[in-house]
Ligand binder design. Sequence first.
Ligand code: ADP
Ligand code: MG
Length: 735
Amino acid sequence: MDSPIAAVDRQIANRRVGMRTKGPLAHEVLAGSLEIRTVRDLLHHYPRRWIDRSQVATIHDLRVGQSATVIARVKRVTKRLTRRRQSMVTVTLYDGSGYLDLAFFNQPWAASLYKEGSELAVSGVATLYRGRLQLANQEVELLRGEDAETVHTGRITPVHPATEGITTRTLRELVFRALSGLPRIPDPLPAAIVKAEHLTSYDEAVRKIHFPQSQEELAAARERLKFDELFTLELGVAFRKHRVEAAEVGVEHSPEGPLVARLLATLPFEPTDAQRRAIREIGEAMARPRPMNALLQGDVGSGKTVVALHAALVAIQSGHQAAIMAPTEVLAGQHFQSMAALLGPFAAVPFLEMAKAGVVAPGQGTLLDALSEPDPDDGDRPAVTYALLAAAVTGKDRARILAGVADGAVDLVVGTHALVQEGVEFRDLSLAVIDEQHRFGVHQRMALKGKGGSPDVLIMTATPIPRTLALTYYGDLDVVVLDEMPQGRQPIETRIARTAGERRRAYELIRAEVGAGRQAFVVCAAIDEANRSEVKAAEAEAERLAAEVFPDLSVDVLHGRMRPAEKERRMQEFRSGRSHLLISTTVIEVGVDVPNATVMLVENAERFGLAQLHQLRGRIGRGEHRSFCILFDESKRDNLEARARLDAMVRTMDGFELADEDLRLRGEGTLFDVRQSGMPDLKLARLAEDIDLVKRARARAFAVIGEDPELERQATLLDELRSRFERSIDWLFHS
Ligand code: ADP
Ligand code: MG
């Protein structure tokens, strides 16, 4: 059966956009650059802004410089040629209170259009020309008949996004005509929601978004249409979440067990409350029969590693395998080391060492019972075998690990994302931890599916995602937040440096800190000049600093083009304190942990995004000493967005606050791959500003799905979903 909206949609869709005398191009322009083919498309082409011309002024009261709308009759029309032989038409208006001129250059037809006696509505800016009052930048509309309705003037006038070949004036006229001929549009939202949320009807909203009669009407129309956008998005998220959960059977893990108990008993620190909460929430999610899809967000240094390891141990003590994947080799190596440190008190052994010692032959597939001595407290002493599958591991070693992963001898494998891409076979993977750091793709996680059953997935990111994004584009994930830093983190003083003097002082600061036994980072950005890559920039800067500024210090360089072993060697030099100063590209952004480093200089900081700057800064302030971050800004004065970013860095250390600021500055369309995701665009709603609407829409959408998960009784909504999620229909239907 046809739903009412589908019927009217078709009715609307079938009305072609009317083209009057706008030339042959107009139609193509509409369909081409604006993608407007139907009246429906046209009505969804919302105004970019509105100009309030609703207050009609009398000519007598006009002041020079004032923007005003005037309604008056044509008194006289004169035509002449200017000295440059351009035609010039002057139309003089009279409204009973005074005279006003309109000038038309090179528009000879104006003389025949605006005849003596005809009534015009005109908006523009009052100016004085040769002692006579004139209206400049005017928008003119011919009023026909007594009660003629103005389209362009005398009202709150919409300005629709236009493009070459079609003016906003033409668009405005098209929309006006489309609306005046349109029957009432049925409401796609359930009436109960419209009522409970005190929303304007859909029909009213569509009309008033284009031609409001007051600011209040405009606000109500915007709220209604924003609500609809967010509601549809949330409905899709809820719809998918339900289908995923209904369709897949996951592993019911046991969160309580010997490995977890031992981890908590042997931690070298007291977990923060946030860590305890995250551990509990993830444990609960892993215990459920449905596969977990969780997102763990926590700032750099908030202590995600132990949460990830805890999840891995839950998988292992439940008799399965776990994988932890990082975006770079350096970071994978670092994870491996942190895991090894935390696993130290266990009877845990790196798999390779074990295999080399002949304890287990690949293929044997046993745990380490044979190796570990019985523990008096705990007869069945837990054991874990773990391995690093890095690019540097090759040949026989690699084959051993791969075999161990395949037959289950390796419980925990750490590697880069390539673990998944290269098709490593697991015997029984039940937990995949994906450390995204700041790269984070909505759909990337899907690649994991099919790696043996339906493993629970824990995605970690150090880029705090604004709450609104977590509720919308990532709204089908369980979001777990580490919003508390471990005790004893030192504050970082952040400054912006723009002058030569400030640069000199920054170098003095480095010298003083190194003198006190500390170390420093200098981060270089890619330079746009031809052929000067980030790598070259770092190398050149290292040479310059070593030769000219710090000849007495030990300066080293690190960049992504180096072989992994070389990178590791230089990192080791720095970690051990043998080099004082590490000049690097953004490779250090991820996973460098050197608590003794207390200074970071960022060259061309204006080129970095806020998330990246925040990540970079997270590399210092990790030890017991006070730290300093100097952001060099060589941007032009008018690069306001860059300035706003750097100011935000100085203002706050809170990653969630910075994420909100980033969203506000850039808009959601450019952030996180929302664009590629194929999820519906938001035309009116702004996530950074509409958090309250997001929450309301989400609550309603989840309630609808809760009652009718397949939308069997809501054909209208199902239709809406299908059409709005057209480009991500597979995602929606989870196929
Ligand atoms: P993240 O991965 O979130 O950036 P890590 O897990 O690497 O953070 O932790 C950063 C540092 O803080 C590590 O040296 C870790 O041992 C330490 N750490 C983690 N949790 C705590 C805690 N609760 N108390 C003290 N130190 C902690
Ligand atoms: Mg980490």
